[in-house]
Design a protein. Structure first.
Length: 306
């Protein structure tokens, strides 16, 4: 079922065009993630300007798209239950991030890797529809933005990027966004501006990332690439599966006794969250993350502590 076409994007809402374009790119292979990309764009657009006629018209059509997707995927738990949706979006974002991170650490610099860092940062934005970002995901978002800009600028200037986390001043993200926007405008019956920027240069982190620790494969299969753009010449078949590091089961859980532990409604909600995260991780065959989250749920239910 085709989603209703959007009118031209008003200049006031230029900051959401990249998230809408990401939604279009993911419509067929990841409709759940595409839905939440549009939801983020809707919520953000409402905060920016919901009163001027052109913005009101655009946001009304975007709301129609969301309603159409809800009807189409109404039986999907990731749409009807936020906790499942959050886990699904987070795992997909981290899958893209870790593919790019592993390519970077291996010194394999190419446009698909830059695009994966770029898209991962946008999907971390999308996670805010479920609440405040965790410290870890906020760090991933900053790092992904910085890496996309840094590698893009190096390749543009004919320089060889340094792989992995390094100490580096902030890079301008504008060129990355301009290139991405130019490659695929938001479908709305009219060509959208391609020179706007979601993150202005003064929003790019200037932190030193020398000490950042992002272990490959910590959240999703490290060998899983993002969708490959047609013009890169790279195919996912060139990526070979890598063995996963399965965490050891905490031996204390074998001997733990539930006793008189009194669990609060919040405890049950957190345990449910960990189980949902584990289930979502298994969709990506990520045994490590599934085991880690199931252990967290089990420990909480047995001991009342995390």
């Amino acid at each position: 079922m085709a989603a209703p076409a959007l009118p031209p994007l008003p200049p006031q809402l230029k900051s959401i065009q990249h998230h809408l374009r990401t939604a279009q790119e993911l419509d067929k292979r990841e409709p759940v993630v595409a839905y939440y990309c549009r939801l983020y764009a809707m919520q953000t657009g409402m905060k920016i300007d919901s009163k001027t006629p052109e913005c009101r018209k655009f946001l009304s059509k975007l709301m129609d798209q969301l309603e159409a997707m809800k009807k189409q995927f109404g039986d999907n738990e990731a749409i009807t239950q936020e906790i499942v949706g959050s886990a699904h979006v987070e795992n997909y974002a981290l899958k893209m991030f870790l593919y790019a991170d592993n390519e970077d650490r291996a010194g394999q610099f190419h446009k698909n890797m830059i695009k994966s860092f770029y898209t991962a940062s946008l999907l971390m934005d999308v996670l805010t529809v479920f609440g405040e970002l965790s410290e870890e995901n906020a760090q991933h978002r900053k790092y992904a933005r910085w890496k996309a800009a840094y590698i893009h600028n190096c390749l543009k200037n004919g320089e060889t990027p340094q792989p992995g986390p390094i100490g580096m001043e902030g890079e301008s993200f504008v060129d990355v966004e301009r290139e991405e926007a130019g490659s695929s405008s938001v479908h709305s019956g009219a060509t959208q501006p391609t020179s706007s920027s979601t993150y202005e240069a003064n929003n790019i982190p200037t932190s030193n990332y020398t000490g950042i620790h992002i272990p490959p494969g910590a959240h999703a299969p490290a060998n899983t690439p993002a969708e490959v753009p047609h013009n890169t010449g790279v195919t996912s078949s060139t990526i070979q599966p890598a063995p996963q590091n399965i965490p050891l089961v905490d031996p204390s859980l074998y001997s733990a006794q539930s006793g008189e532990v009194r669990l609060t409604p919040e405890d049950f909600a957190r345990a449910q969250k960990y189980c949902k995260y584990a289930g979502s991780a298994l969709q990506y065959e990520d045994v490590s993350t599934a085991v880690q989250n199931l252990q967290k749920a089990l420990k909480l239910l047995i001991t009342g502590r995390e």
